[in-house]
Design a protein around this ligand. Structure first.
Ligand SMILES: [Fe+2]
Length: 302
């Protein structure tokens, strides 16, 4: 039984509260206060208890991506699959499961060293049970059974990491994007886009290079171009750096821009992403990333 969707991301930050302000004031997410876990921020995007958990752990990086299994039976199946494949994992404690609002979870690393948490059963503590109401008037994020969006992880050894997600965790191929080397002597850039067991074009992609923050980018999807444009206005008004300008991707049709969050993780904010029927889909190979736009902006020097 394959992974159902990307359920949450766990991020750490050096400057406590920076991500919460960014999430609320810029992205339009809703902060949830949890009295038992006051050292972390929890950002809600829908009726799930939260989609982003931020802990002030002294460094800026993605700590883990949380992957949902559709049922307890599917969860047990994937644990069996991990064991059969010789992949080591550890059980999350009850306290950690409660913090994540899940029934139970395991923690493991992919071959590139990215940390994953695989869970089932999202629980809903009272403090997180409020209806989603965006402080920036976002009508709704495109989530539910398709998960919170997608994440692109660094995978210098892209073949081995791709095999792991495909053969062990059951992800399917969506697109294999190959782009020319950005500089003479540098390797060709490659991004492998993979789908989980939901219609979103990709819930995961792997990039054949490193990332100092453990994440190439994460993506949130809204329902209209006006909500994308209004977010871009908020980004510009706050003077935040972009990683890429407004543009539309070829493979998933997403119209989006990329803003760099406090701490350095890039967030793609888009709408109009493709939803596909995997029974009739043939994976694609691409040599062009964008229909238009997405001009790369070098991050500002520190
Ligand atoms: Fe993306």
């Amino acid at each position: 039984m394959p992974v159902a969707n990307l359920g949450y991301l766990h991020i750490s930050e050096q400057q406590a509260g920076a991500w919460k302000s960014f999430g609320v004031d810029i992205l339009g997410l809703m902060a949830v206060e949890r009295s038992d876990y006051s050292n972390s921020s929890f950002l809600k995007a829908d009726d799930a208890p939260f989609r982003i958990m931020v802990s002030a752990n002294g460094e800026d990086r993605l700590l883990a991506s949380g992957w949902e299994m559709a049922s307890a039976a599917a969860y047990l199946e994937i644990l069996e699959q991990l064991t059969k494949s010789g992949v080591q994992y550890s059980n999350g404690s009850d306290a950690e499961a409660s913090e994540r609002c899940v029934s139970e979870f395991v923690r493991l690393q992919d071959p590139a060293g990215n940390t994953l948490e695989i869970y089932h059963g999202r629980t809903l503590p009272e403090e997180c049970a409020c209806d989603f109401e965006s402080p920036q008037g976002i009508e709704r994020f495109i989530t539910r059974d398709m998960g919170m969006g997608h994440v692109v992880l660094p995978a210098p050894d892209i073949e081995e990491t791709h095999n792991f997600y495909k053969e062990v965790l059951g992800f399917g191929d969506s697109d294999d994007l190959r782009l020319p080397a950005p500089a003479e002597g540098a390797p060709e850039m490659r991004v492998l886009f993979m789908h989980a067991d939901n219609p979103r074009h990709h819930s995961l992609a792997l990039f054949n290079g490193p990332s100092p923050v453990g994440c190439i980018h994460m993506m949130l999807e809204v329902g209209s171009i006006d909500e994308v444009g209004s977010c871009l206005d908020r980004v510009n008004a706050a003077g935040l750096p972009l990683m890429a300008s407004l543009g539309r991707h070829c493979n998933d049709n997403m119209l989006s821009f990329y803003v760099i969050a406090p701490g350095g993780i890039a967030v793609e904010y888009g709408y109009d992403g493709l939803q596909l029927d995997w029974n009739t889909f043939t994976p694609t190979v691409s040599t062009v990333g964008d229909v238009w736009g997405h001009a790369y902006q070098a991050p500002p020097s520190e």
